[in-house]
Ligand binder design. Sequence first.
Ligand SMILES: Cc1ncc(COP(=O)(O)O)c(C=O)c1O
Length: 361
Amino acid sequence: MKIPFLDLKRIDEELKNALKSKFSEMLEKGVFSGGEEVELLESHISNYLKSSFSIACANGTDALELALRALEIGQVDEVIVPAMTWVSTAEVVALVGATPVFWDTDEDGLLASDWQKAISPKTKAVIPVHLYGKMVDMERLMTQAKMHNLFVIEDGAQSVGSFQGGKAAGTFGDVGCMSFYPTKNLGALGEAGMCLTNNEDLNDRIKMLLNHGQEVRDKHVMVGRNSRIDSIQAGFLNIFLERFDSFQATRKKYAKMYLEGLSDSKGLQLPSGILEENHNSHLFVVQTSRRDDLKDFLLEKGIGTAIHYPYILPDMKPFRSEGDFTNARNLSQRGLSLPLNPWIKEEEIEYVVKAIQDFFP
Ligand SMILES: Cc1ncc(COP(=O)(O)O)c(C=O)c1O
């Protein structure tokens, strides 16, 4: 058997046809920037995630940068970010001229709850990352941040579809930033992202920032940029959204199969809370001290896996900084993501389980 970690060619025929007809329809209409599909996407997401404002943009990295700019975070400011995350979280802080201050994570890769120790007089904001789709305890983090008058920008790039007490990831902080990169649970057929906010003023600022600082056409009131979403991606996302709940159910079913099949594998740490509502089962990350051997073993059996992520940010050249990042570093050395997506078949999950059972007899 050959089981790729993720193969988007496997999207089912019915869905492929729906996407093709959406493309034809949009080609006939001739609207490729802004327009009805973008408005529909924003209102669908606002309804689904219960966000007062949803602002589509070019990608998740831009969403984070737009949030920082809208909050006027820049030079001399510090922003607290977890040591284990995709590079965008820290990169955008540096891009706006501020300094990312790294803090360790817990064993699951979520910003450790004592992150307040990283606060200095220069700290303006904190960016919790809902890594692998599992949400940071947002009630607690919001209380902590309020005590210190800090802005909260949620990096929800991996957590579309995660809810805590019925409230969606991305709707707790001042701004929530989502990614619709093709590999995400809600993925476009290209690049796309979104900012969520319940604050009207931030909504207005983000909208202007992503469209050259224009208040209305040709009236530029701030220095902005072009980070508009492609209408065609909004159109595709509207199609994917119709199937989102059923894809989520498939992810949960497969996550459960992994959990049950691997519960007796000694030496293998399974992801915690992956069946809960505050985890969208985006990635199924197991941990073991024999990670690299397991990866090679599975590859020999035709099973693709991935590492999210092999290095922590404070160990890398652009972000080098000292600190105790024990948990984050452990995760970078021990974590392995197993194939988990709606296009895998049940017997393939069984095959992966069997292979791992053979590795950990
Ligand atoms: C945690 C995290 N933050 C930010 C991003 C950036 O999103 P995008 O790739 O859409 O720019 C990603 C996606 O890769 C991510 O996983």
